[in-house]
Design a protein around this ligand. Structure first.
Ligand SMILES: C[S@@+](CC[C@H](N)C(=O)[O-])C[C@H]1O[C@@H](n2cnc3c(N)ncnc32)[C@H](O)[C@@H]1O
Length: 123
């Protein structure tokens, strides 16, 4: 996977489509966001900042996405600045962001599950 800064002029259409999709840069990252509590608390406090949670467990990240979707429906116009993806932050983090893009990175109660019986969670 290409890093954002590796998008050369030869891939300018790719670059263009990225900037069309992302008019505003992601600023806050919550690594291992669990059930999304921090994102949901921060969202109304920093309504102009885009925030992303990265969660390795598929069911947990699906839950967070659904939770945010429900909050958007219940509170029109709010919670549009947060989202969550399922990914292993230890493997793929450098692929997602440009240098100096993020202003805050949260690592709250990290739990990397190094135990062998937890390895299935790494993917
Ligand atoms: C103890 S929980 C803390 C959740 C949340 N940050 C909080 O403070 O309530 C740690 C979370 O990190 C996730 N996690 C562990 N390793 C990860 C990795 N490499 N990439 C993304 N998430 C990870 C776990 O699935 C778990 O949901």
């Amino acid at each position: 996977m290409e890093k954002p800064e590796q998008l050369s002029s030869s891939s300018s259409s790719k670059k263009e489509s990225l900037s069309i999709c992302l008019p505003q840069k992601l600023e806050f990252l919550d690594i291992g966001c669990g059930y999304g509590g921090l994102l949901i608390e921060l969202s109304p406090l920093f309504p102009r900042s885009l925030m992303l949670g990265i969660e390795i467990r598929q069911k947990v990240s699906d839950y967070v996405v659904e939770r945010i979707r429900a909050l958007r429906i219940q509170n029109p116009g709010q919670f549009n600045n947060i989202n969550c993806i399922r990914s292993n932050a230890m493997k793929y983090l450098p692929n997602f962001f440009r240098k100096s893009q993020l202003s805050k990175i949260f690592f709250l109660f990290p739990d990397p599950h190094f135990k062998k019986q937890k390895h299935k969670w790494q993917w």
